[in-house]
Design a protein around this ligand. Structure first.
Ligand code: NAG
Ligand code: NAG
Length: 217
């Protein structure tokens, strides 16, 4: 409203022809108009800058600063020895695999030592130690391990089920692990993150190879 009045009054003065400072007014008018335009331009620049900053900060917060849980997995399993007897019933085996800790964060992941456990029907049949280490920024730490498992510790009830299962020609095991550690962001910020793993493994007794491996979480 104020701007409209400003524009209306000089033109009214000009038609009257009575205003003594008409020349002065008409001279100052374009510069005032110019200043106004400059102010609008500046406001637009500032707004644009603020919008760009908000986009940059939001993108940063959603990507770089968002801390995701690392993923823990077992790699390909290569059986070295596998002996199983359905009459005893028992088994013992050795295989090599890779424990993989995938870190998708923009900062390294330092984790504590842990055990990857192997179970038959929730009963431990062996485990492998993962030493304290770190996975680099957006990379996967691969740890080669040799795993030796056997049925020595299984209680009689589990052995009974094991016997029936071995007769079918397969051995089904599970593997579990939990990793505790911290993701470092910008070398200063640290955020606790843990990784969990659960895998199902199925070994074929006649081929002495793994025929099914699935990890979840
Ligand atoms: C397992 O079988 C292999 C041959 O396939 C044999 O050499 C080894 O001694 C057996 N191990 C056990 C513990 O029975
Ligand atoms: C073991 O593997 C062989 C060859 O691939 C296959 O024919 C057989 O069905 C498998 N055994 C079981 C119990 O899946």
């Amino acid at each position: 409203m104020a701007e409209k009045n400003n524009q209306a009054s000089p033109s009214a003065a000009a038609t009257n022809g009575q205003h003594p400072t008409i020349d002065e007014e008409s001279a100052t008018l374009p510069s005032q108009e110019l200043k106004r335009k400059k102010r609008i331009k500046l406001a637009i620049y500032i707004s644009a800058f603020v919008v760009v900053q908000i986009i940059v900060i939001t993108t940063f917060a959603l990507t770089v600063m968002r801390v995701k849980s690392p993923k823990l997995r077992l790699g390909a399993i290569s059986v070295q020895t596998l002996n199983a007897s359905s009459s005893t019933p028992s088994f013992d085996m050795t295989f090599t695999t890779q424990v993989r800790i995938k870190n998708t964060n923009f900062g390294r992941y330092k984790f504590d030592a842990t055990n990857v456990r192997f179970m038959y029907e929730d009963r431990a049949v062996g485990q492998v130690r993962i030493p304290k280490s770190k996975a680099g920024m957006r990379s996967t730490k691969k740890i080669d391990v040799t795993v030796s498992l056997n049925s020595k510790e299984l209680p009689s009830r589990s052995r009974y089920n094991l016997g029936n299962e071995l007769k079918t020609g397969v051995l089904r095991l599970r593997s579990e692990a939990r990793l505790a550690g911290k993701v470092e962001l910008m070398f200063v910020m640290k955020k606790k993150k843990s990784a969990k793993m659960g895998c199902t493994l199925e070994f074929n007794l006649s081929t002495k190879k793994i025929q099914y491996l699935h990890c979840y979480y």
